[in-house]
Design a binder for this molecule. Structure first.
Ligand code: ADP
Length: 373
């Protein structure tokens, strides 16, 4: 086992060159540890897997199934979201670099008063890019990425949730450097004392707090962990006001991820329409003005809808002509027509904005009270 572990860690200690984002490629990214080796690992009881680490090469033991399920549901060894595929959010990107990326790259600087944050919370309306940002951090840092949907976890692993949290962090330390991303974290740590709160969910929350206290650069023996052993906790919520106080305190850095401004929406149109033929009449600025208040996901839906209009029109015509679906297959060339301004306008009228003004006010109030700049 020791040999397997050494073999696993050796490639992680290698250096790699360059970050992943055009605007965000920084010279210090040369110090980011390599994840080579992790990519080659599959699932099951293979040499160097967490399961083997816990139960040896037989891979069987009381928690084996739970571990396998966790690996299947949460672990993404090679996330690949680049910073430039995320529109706007320049401030959030640079806050995340400072709070999460740099401590991994230059741990010797982030000590004492500059110690890294225990955890970072991204809050804001749904569909604004929080999950994408977490993946971009993991991509840029070349860390393993654990994507934990708190509500799935609460329902799917009901009886085992407490043990699951412990295993999750153990696994994260094993595969370090790791970014653990708790999506919908409010589902795990909602306010204490709610009448609906069950004893089981109280225990899960308590375990999460304990585990988060152990996170950071400290190893089991209390010494400073090298960069390649680090575990970072990122969390996201659309309902920050429902967060448990103790959990909120541990998520020390709280970053607001707002709806996209005009420039962000322009970038969203550009990113989403990269592979689509656009008609000569398409005026992106007009579309940007008409989508004020739309989230990133809303604008993406508008683009998707608009891009399908050509096909829909042709299908309606083909139906009138009495053609079957198989015959429509032969119309492939004909449906790939440029998307027109009228297509976009129709798509905008079909896709409503998903975030209301009341919610926006609530976010900015919470930002003023608890947010970080
Ligand atoms: P959240 O986690 O905030 O709910 P996601 O990151 O899951 O939102 O975004 C949902 C989808 O919306 C993404 O898969 C992407 O297609 C689109 N999207 C949202 N915000 C952005 C953004 N800033 N840049 C590019 N795409 C975005």
């Amino acid at each position: 086992q020791v040999a397997a572990r050494e073999a696993r860690e050796a490639p992680a200690a290698e250096q790699r060159g360059g970050g992943s984002g055009r605007n965000y490629k920084k010279p210090w990214m040369d110090n980011v540890p390599d994840k080579k080796g992790k990519e080659e690992k599959g699932k099951g009881v293979e040499a160097g897997s967490f399961l083997e680490h816990v139960y040896g090469s037989s891979g069987s033991g009381p928690d084996a199934e739970l571990i396998q399920n966790l690996e299947r549901d949460c672990v993404d060894r090679c996330p690949s979201v680049t910073w430039e595929s995320i529109a706007g959010l320049e401030q959030a990107k640079s806050l995340l670099e400072e709070a999460v990326v740099l401590p991994l790259v230059m741990p010797e600087y982030f000590q004492g008063i500059r110690r890294p944050w225990k955890g970072v919370l991204m809050f804001g309306p749904p569909g604004t890019g929080k999950t994408m940002l977490a993946k971009a951090v993991a991509t840029q840092c070349s860390t393993s990425f654990f994507n934990v949907s708190a509500s799935t976890m609460a329902s799917k692993y009901r009886g085992d949730s407490e043990k699951l949290v412990r295993l999750l962090f153990e696994m994260a330390r094993f595969y370090a450097p790791t970014t653990i991303f708790f999506d919908e974290v409010d589902a795990l740590g909602s306010k204490r004392g709610d009448a609906s709160e069950h004893e089981a969910s109280r225990r899960v929350k308590a375990e999460l707090l304990v585990q988060m206290d152990g996170v950071g650069t400290t190893q089991e023996d209390g010494s400073e962990a090298p960069a390649q052993r680090q575990v970072m906790v990122l969390a996201a919520t659309n309902r920050p006001w429902d967060l448990d106080e103790a959990l909120r305190r541990r998520l020390e850095k709280r970053i607001y991820i707002p709806l996209p401004e005009a420039e962000g929406r322009k970038q969203l149109f550009e990113i989403n329409l990269r592979e689509v033929k656009k008609g000569t009449d398409v005026a992106v600025q007009g579309l940007v003005d008409k989508t004020k208040g739309y989230s990133g996901a809303d604008v993406t839906n508008v683009c998707r809808e608009a891009a399908m209009m050509g096909l829909r029109r042709r299908m309606a015509k083909a139906r009138q002509e009495g053609k079957s679906l198989v015959e429509m297959h032969n119309l492939k060339q004909e449906v790939d027509v440029p998307v027109t301004q009228a297509d976009f306008l129709e798509a905008i009228s079909n896709v409503n904005r998903s975030v209301g003004n009341d919610d926006l006010q609530r976010f900015s109030d919470w930002m003023k009270e608890f947010g970080s700049i």
